[in-house]
Write a protein that binds this ligand. Structure first.
Ligand code: P6P
Length: 331
């Protein structure tokens, strides 16, 4: 009997129940996920009250990506770091908004994990009330790593052990995997908890929906243009929100394929590897889908070499990714 039918299950109790199934579990995950849950409740409030509190619009500053920083980007970044900073098992925090990691404690002082995050992805859509979100990845840090925090996090022995996002849409939706399936929770404001609504979410194997910014088509490699021509001829529909969390959430629920390719002016693509493509790829794969960076290249097999590097992304239903891959292999 699924946990939903048994009783009202909060995110907290779900993760604790999961941990009880692993005798060696240390409680590390629930400790970190509870901090992310706390931060997301606070960010969700800020997003919902943005117009009222007039925190929309930009800071007049740019982030490490050279992108216009929205006021809420900065606020969300501070909220997450304030919540995570108190967790004694976190060694470092990597944020899209910060050039360098926030180092909290070394591996030998108990820093077993790094949390990588995009505090408010899609924030340029805030002024028009389009769904935005927080994306996070939890990485177990390699042991005995010397040198800079970058080494610590990019060390091949460090590996992603959990991933998720929070979509601030008509409701706050928390989608997470700790490597044992994908589970979805919705914030019940009447009790202030994320409650389980879907366990072991599976992405449909196919659906004729592609999600890509076709305005850049002239700058795509031929393979993507050939795929789009094939999709147009085969009855596909296009859905593109321009907010990765919203586009990936729809893809996870309805199926289809989300694509952000490399272009002539962005040869690595736009999306960042460590705190956008990597966590979303873990979720899509845990839900039975696929995520590639190029024909024959599983995205999670790519080893990052810098904190803010970008990577092309094709992720979604296994059959839909395969259709795209077929055309990319001809490039
Ligand atoms: P474009 C938002 O700025 C973001 O980083 C992702 O959330 C989104 O998928 C992408 O950029 C949209 O980029 O170039 O289509 O506006």
């Amino acid at each position: 009997m699924s946990k939903i039918q048994q009783n009202l299950m909060s995110l907290q109790s779900y993760v604790l129940a999961e941990e009880r199934e692993y005798p060696g579990a240390t409680g590390d995950f629930s400790w970190i996920l509870s901090a992310i849950s706390l931060a997301s409740k606070s960010i969700g409030n800020k997003v919902r009250r943005a117009r009222i509190e007039d925190v929309l619009g930009d800071m007049g500053d740019t982030n490490v990506q050279g992108e216009q920083q929205q006021k809420l980007d900065v606020l969300s970044n501070e909220i997450i770091k304030a919540c995570l900073g108190s967790r004694a098992n976190i060694g470092a925090l990597v944020s899209e908004e910060d050039e360098t990691p926030t180092v909290l404690r070394s591996h030998k002082d108990g820093g077993r994990y790094a949390v990588l995050f995009d505090p408010l992805d899609g924030s340029s859509n805030l002024d028009v009330s389009v769904g935005v979100g927080t994306i996070f990845s939890i990485v177990r840090l390699g042991e005995g790593v010397k040198g800079t925090p970058e080494d610590m996090i990019l060390n091949p022995a460090s590996r992603q052990v959990a991933a998720g996002y929070v979509l601030y849409g008509s409701s706050s939706v928390f989608v997470v995997t700790t490597g044992n399936g994908v589970h979805m929770f919705v914030l019940d404001n009447s009790i202030g908890s994320f409650v389980l609504v879907k366990e072991n979410l599976r992405i449909p194997a196919t659906n004729k929906i592609y999600s890509i910014n076709e305005a850049y088509a002239d700058r795509f490699p031929d393979g993507y243009r050939d795929y789009l021509k094939w999709a147009h001829d085969n009855g596909y529909t296009s859905r593109y929100i321009g907010s990765m969390v919203a586009d990936v959430h729809r893809t996870l629920i309805k199926g289809g394929v989300f694509i952000y390719p490399q272009t002539t002016d962005r040869p690595e693509g736009k999306l960042r590897y460590l705190y956008e493509a990597m966590p979303m790829s873990m979720l899509i794969e845990q839900a039975g889908g696929r995520s590639i960076a190029a024909a024959g290249t599983r995205l999670l097999d790519v080893k990052p070499s810098s904190l803010h590097e970008r990577i092309p992304v094709v992720m979604g239903s296994s059959e839909e990714v395969q259709h795209v891959e077929r055309f990319l292999s001809k490039d």
